[in-house]
Design a protein around this ligand. Structure first.
Ligand code: HEM
Length: 293
């Protein structure tokens, strides 16, 4: 669902033939990026490269079709292709690279956070009650068929808190990458210029001085808005490279939660394995039994 939503917003790909071909290749690419770099037939690494080639081919064809049709598209691909509006003219290779990056960054984070929110809400009925209250209050002011809009989204204060707390406790992204631009000394150790470093942010999320009772799932802590602007708030990275899709991601997850909690109740089937390293995932899925609310 998260990938389909990204495909639609980013490249205007509706569910259908292209998305059916695109999705399996994309999942292979995701697996390939966090695999051991062993380039032999059958490894995830080799499959990831092959999948990237196939994805590049599909996106190239999409770009060519759009150019031939002369239609205007208001998705991200459309903006990147509008040469007269962009100060820097992007080559097709750069456009494709950007589309893959944005799809990748925007899909996995959103889908994993949504999955972990479903898990934590199931395990914490009091939080689910509070969340449902917020969304039912929004629905009360609307007809059943009315979609939610920006004004409704702005009222979702507790939902935002649930998303941050899910992101913190599950540590959906466990660090950020940087490259040193000069020799740097840190606690007596020198990190030479040009080294690539991985800033592991998971420990910060569990620091009891920053987040009292850090292993508790407590969304209420985020109702204090100042927590979002602390310099240790690194759930979406920091500085000039901070996640540009932060608000889009939160809006997507909030929309999913809105419909999920107002229309359904669910139970876990049980027995599913959840992994936190090297990334948060349920290798065989998190299976739930869903019924109407
Ligand atoms: C809950 C959802 C999300 C989380 C937790 C998340 C988290 C992150 C983190 C931690 C980074 C690294 C930032 C840094 O290096 O300082 C990042 C980068 C990035 N994210 Fe997100 N992200 C989310 C959603 C999205 C969405 C929806 C998009 C786009 C559709 C997106 C696009 C990107 C891009 C393009 C970068 C690279 C930015 C750069 O290097 O300049 N993200 N994200």
């Amino acid at each position: 669902m998260a990938l389909l939503s990204s495909l639609k917003q980013i490249a205007g790909i509706e569910s259908g033939t292209i998305s059916k071909e695109f999705m399996p290749e994309f999942f292979k690419l995701v697996l390939g990026t966090i695999s051991l770099p062993i380039d032999l037939p059958g490894t995830n690494y080799r499959r990831g490269f092959q999948a990237r080639k196939n994805i590049v081919g599909m996106l190239r064809q999409l770009i060519e079709e759009r150019r031939a049709s002369q239609e205007t598209h208001n998705d991200m691909l459309g903006c990147l292709m509008r040469t007269n509006e962009n100060r820097y003219k992007l080559s097709d290779e750069e456009i494709i690279d950007l589309i893959i990056t944005i799809l990748y960054s925007g899909y996995e984070t959103v889908s994993t956070t949504s999955m972990m929110a479903v898990k934590y809400l199931h395990d914490h009925p009091r939080v689910l009650d509070e969340l449902r209250k917020e969304h039912l209050a929004i629905r009360e002011r609307k007809r059943p068929e009315d979609p939610i809009d920006w004004n409704d989204y702005k009222l979702m204060r507790f939902t935002r808190a649930v998303i941050f707390e899910t992101s913190r406790l599950a540590t959906i992204v466990n660090g950020v990458l940087r490259k040193t631009t000069k020799d740097m000394e840190l606690n007596g150790f020198v990190i030479p210029k040009g080294w690539r470093i991985y800033v592991y942010t998971r420990e910060i999320n569990y620091d009891p001085l920053l987040y009292p009772d850090p292993l508790a799932f407590n969304p209420w802590r985020w109702l204090d808005k100042s927590l979002e602007s602390q310099n240790y708030f690194l759930l979406f990275g920091g500085g000039t490279r901070q996640c540009p899709g932060k608000e889009l991601g939160i809006a997507e997850i909030s929309t999913f939660l809105h419909y999920f909690v107002t229309r359904y109740r669910w139970e876990e089937v049980g027995g599913d394995k959840l992994m936190k390293f090297p990334r948060v995932e349920a290798p065989n899925g998190l299976h739930i039994r869903v019924s109407a609310y």
